[in-house]
Design a protein around this ligand. Sequence first.
Ligand code: FAD
Length: 484
Amino acid sequence: MSKYDFDIGILGGGAAGLTVASGASRFGAGTLLIEKEKALGGDCLHYGCVPSKTLIRTAHVYHLMKNAKKFGLPDIEIKPVDYRDVARRIQSVIDIIQKHDSEERFCKLGVKVEFGNAAFVDDHAVRMNGNTYSAKKWVISTGSSPDVPPVEGIDTTPYITNKEIFSLDSLPKSMIVIGAGPVAIEMAQAFCRLGTKVTVIQRSGQILSKEDKDLADEVMRVLMTEGITFYLNTAIVRTGDSGNGREVIIKNREGREMSLKADRILVALGRKGNTEGMGLEEISLNFDKKGISVDERMRTNHAHIYAAGDVTGAFQFTHAAGYEGSIVLSNAILHLPRKVNYTYLPWCTYTHPELASIGMNEKRAKESGIEYTVWKEEFRANDRSLAEGEDTGRVKMLLDTKGKPLGVQIFGPHAGELVSEWVAALNGGVKLSTLAGAVHPYPTLAEINKRVVGNYFSGRIFSDKVKKTLKFLFNFKGRACGNE
Ligand SMILES: Cc1cc2nc3c(=O)[nH]c(=O)nc-3n(C[C@H](O)[C@H](O)[C@H](O)COP(=O)(O)OP(=O)(O)OC[C@H]3O[C@@H](n4cnc5c(N)ncnc54)[C@H](O)[C@@H]3O)c2cc1C
């Protein structure tokens, strides 16, 4: 008989924690799940993916209404947005999904769910609400929080983060967005489309800094045409409350200072792992400002304590958290050693058009010193894109010197969906020739995946050598019209 109350204890009921909890319990392990907030689901459900994608959809519909003429429709009278209605729609979507992540559902799966603030008292036990809970193994999956810059005045300047933005009681007339990562850029476009005057401040010379500059610049260009103002290579000197709004003093590379004013400031600079208040220091668990350090099997420096999801500071996506949760299950519950492999971890920034990525982009290939070739196909050459009125963007495929795919970036309509074909192809080791030969339905956006591969093969197939051979074999007459 184990001397512990549970086989596995999990701190944090978000994407990572819920994956471990449901899997462990279904494998028959006595599972305890402790969540700090009043409901399960984590940031993704309450303050992240779900509300942001719901908001983005609403903003897109409003954008289409304003652009009805572009589709051959009559101009329509558009009323201003009442953000309380938008917030209500967001909450209604959260409520539906919440049922899937409910305490009842997890209890039915066999998981003991407790709510409260737990802190480790030793490396096998936590204390919470006056009780001690011990487990043979633990998983820390407490997620992340917005990183607030150490800027003069920020402590006394009212600002919002992803925690407040989806439940505002009115649409801001103007908003300054600090940061230009995916969250910042998605929110900037959505609010701009709803009618807010949006200004984005970015320290470096590029938005979406993990992406290739050419594609990130294209996203910025689209957002600028929609009315967003960008200040790149810009530092924040201080923030303040100007009485009739918030103020941000910025400084450009030449040292020139400028004052920006807006109704709201959105801080979306990045995330830091939630490591505070859990007694991690008491059990000498290794962590830093970014999060908890783990090895490839998601183990911390205590081999029976694992960490997964945003709290590790690695790839901060819901699907990465779920994947890491599955690695923990393999190692901690099934005792099957399994390592994480992020080679083909896809992600997408849900601007419109979207920017999706899998594998290496040019930036990472250059950093790794890998030789590559780039193959492109434009959405404006895709029939369905034209029919949809969505002809901005392109697919960029990187191949190594042997013609093996290194990665694919898609900037265009439904890029997040289109990249899934590459998820299957790259993970399954599907040959490019198979993809090029596979019949895709017409007219679809997905044909662009086949076309970009076709571009790689067409030079070889329709080469002079092949033409000469065919002429020799079949006595072809050659061009029937015009000169080459
Ligand atoms: C605005 C926004 C949009 C996003 N959009 C996307 C997207 O489109 N696609 C995507 O893949 N990712 C997106 N993300 C990222 C995604 O939300 C996170 O990567 C994901 O939620 C991480 O899951 P997690 O389980 O690590 O953490 P979380 O989902 O945050 O779960 C952590 C849980 O731990 C709890 N907790 C914290 N401290 C304690 C404690 N001491 N004890 C017990 N419980 C604790 C928290 O309350 C929370 O419920 C977005 C994030 C934001 C902010």
